[in-house]
Ligand binder design. Sequence first.
Ligand code: C5P
Length: 219
Amino acid sequence: LRPKDLAGLRLLVSAGPTREYIDPVRFISNPSSGRMGFAVAEAARDRGAEVVLVAGPTCLEPPWGVEVVRVESALQMRQALLDRYPWAEAVVMAAAVADYRAAQVQKEKEPKAEEEKTLRLVKNPDILEEMGRDKGSRVLVGFAMETQEGLGRAREKLLRKNLDLIVLNYVNREGVGFGSEENEVVLVYKDRSEALPRASKRWIADRILDEVKRLKGGV
Ligand code: C5P
């Protein structure tokens, strides 16, 4: 059993996809399972942290001993996170927030008529960037999903969003990432990076929390 080395740490975690509705029965989303964020929430709970988990739609069981706030859209996720932000000492933002939402949500189900249809989208606010502008002494951890040479882009995000750490996932790798039990990530800091071996999401969650602890100054 791990020691309660995060006892009392107030940790805010996000997980899962968001759903951006077009009409009452259709939405835009992505295949995020929520597993990485849930693993972080469970690992932190086991190490004694107080955890609030803001989760988009997933089929995962809510973890015991964690306060779970369920949301659907990016705007709802933003509100739920910003409500808890003043309370939090550290944030791990594992949610796959949709970049865009429908400019207008139709009140009625859209009829099937024209051969071609255009959907106008507007950009969602970047929640993590907003949190980064009011960082205080918090530790902020983001995730990034990139193809191949993503290290530079991940570091650019780290700086733009004022983060301490970005967990970089490479897309298009067999057996890792979206929906799978395992993951293979690179921890990206301002001045260095560290590739972790392929491992369970729970093991990676504990490594991320080791970094949160170190960045908080608790060794
Ligand atoms: O810019 P990009 O979407 O690649 O950044 C990914 C990181 O930013 C993730 O931690 C994600 O949860 C967060 N994010 C956010 N709000 C958005 C988009 C992404 O907080 N609208």
